[in-house]
Design a protein around this ligand. Structure first.
Ligand SMILES: [Zn+2]
Ligand SMILES: [Zn+2]
Length: 409
């Protein structure tokens, strides 16, 4: 068996042993009687809730764990609490060295004869022995251990708790875990293989009682009442809360961005900033912009603009076909249909050449187009009746603007 009673054998010897026994007795009394300070929390249980002469054999049967007290208070949700009373007589490292032994003890498993587990592998048919011994444990991790320090000044005692905490961190800290998918450094601790350790001074315990806000849980800040101190710090639940808050924040920021990308035509708010869409040019990545449009509205608009341009072009073609032709090529004054330079609007009335002929003239550096001056004969005929020449007005004008000398003909 793991557990064995020592019977009536007193621990330690001589004066120091007696002082230690006294400190343990005062600790037990403080738990039972509660705080002596006005308004302090009352005690819990009776002296029978305690066993102070217990030792546990570690696997192998040679080393032992000997708590100063084993407290059972299932009525307040603490099936068992191991208590170590420290009178500042040993080095902090020696006190800290007790905790790995507690963990080793708590790791011990025994055969579980629960018939419900009969068809499991033998290795799965085991249970932590302490769960059997003190049933009702509900928290993650092992049963808690309390360190009660005394017999030194307040500063020395505070430093001592800190030092022991640091030196035993491996036992109580828990396993650091994180989700790889999260792009932050946050995570949580798993306590399945951790010993929760709480510490206080005997003076505080005697003044405020075991349920007073006197316990410093290693790995946390501040002092709490016992039940609160036994709650695991920075666990998965706390992480989940932080993660949910972060996700809310991200969702909000995303929604604000999406709201800013509302389509100005139909009011559609996108779910994503960019999407892949199929258009006439195949697959395209459509990125929403503030003051821009959704893909369907964008396409509608493109089609409408195209249709309008087409209609405008048709109207221009019809109008230009009714005007006089290009002087040079005798084609439509609007230019060749479908050509790059074709006019998309009605040509101005003084235009003489189609855009192509005009461009060719500029490239060949031919100078301004000068129409042939009216002949004498034409001038005489014009006096009788209006000439049947759509360029007549311009020819008369050019004759005035460009005197015969220097005319390029
Ligand atoms: Zn839209
Ligand atoms: Zn032309």
């Amino acid at each position: 068996m793991v557990r064995s009673e020592m019977g009536g054998t007193a621990r330690g010897a001589g004066r120091s042993g007696a002082q230690h026994a006294m400190a343990v007795n005062e600790t037990v009394l403080a738990f039972v009687l509660g705080g002596s300070a006005p308004g302090a929390a009352g005690g819990v249980g009776t002296v029978r809730s305690w066993s102070t002469e217990t030792e546990f054999l570690l696997p192998g049967g040679r080393r032992k764990v000997r708590p100063d007290g084993v407290w059972q208070a299932p009525e307040i949700g603490v099936p068992v609490l191991m208590v170590e009373v420290d009178r500042v007589t040993m080095a902090p490292a020696d006190v800290a060295a007790k905790f790995p032994r507690y963990r080793e003890l708590f790791r011990t498993r025994v055969r579980d004869n629960d018939p419900a587990l009969a068809d499991r592998e033998p290795a799965d048919r085991t249970v932590h022995w302490w769960r059997r011994t003190w049933p009702g444990h509900t928290r993650a991790g092992y049963p808690p251990v309390a360190l009660v320090v005394t017999d030194a000044g307040p500063v020395a005692l505070a430093n001592r708790q800190e030092a022991v905490g640091e030196l035993s961190a491996e036992c109580w800290r828990g396993r650091w875990c994180r989700e790889v998918r999260d792009d932050n450094d946050d995570g949580w601790r798993e306590y399945d293989d951790a010993v929760p350790i709480v510490a206080t001074t005997l003076e505080l315990l005697a003044a405020r009682g075991p349920l007073g806000p006197i316990w410093w849980r290693f790995g946390r800040s501040g002092r709490h009442c016992l039940i609160e101190a036994l709650e695991d710090p920075n666990n998965r639940a706390a992480y989940d809360l932080r993660q949910a808050a972060r996700e809310d924040e991200e969702h909000k920021a995303h929604q604000e961005l999406m709201d800013s990308l509302v389509c100005i035509d139909c009011g559609d708010v996108p779910e994503e900033e960019s999407t892949w869409e199929y258009g006439r040019q195949g697959q395209v990545e459509w990125t929403r912009r503030p003051g821009g449009r959704c893909w369907p509205c964008h396409q509608d608009r493109e089609e409408r603009l195209e249709r309008e341009a087409e209609e405008q072009l048709e109207a221009a073609r019809t109008a230009n076909a009714l005007l006089r032709p290009c002087w040079t090529c005798r084609g439509s004054i609007g230019g060749k249909e479908g050509s790059k330079l074709e006019l998309r609007e009605k040509a101005s009335p003084d235009r003489l050449e189609c855009p192509q002929c005009e461009q060719d003239r500029a490239i060949k550096d031919l100078g301004a187009l000068v129409l042939p001056a009216p002949t004498k004969r034409e001038q005489v005929a014009a006096l009788v009746s209006a000439p049947d020449d759509p360029w007549w007005e311009e020819r008369v004008l050019h004759a005035k603007l460009y005197p015969v000398r220097g005319r390029r003909v």
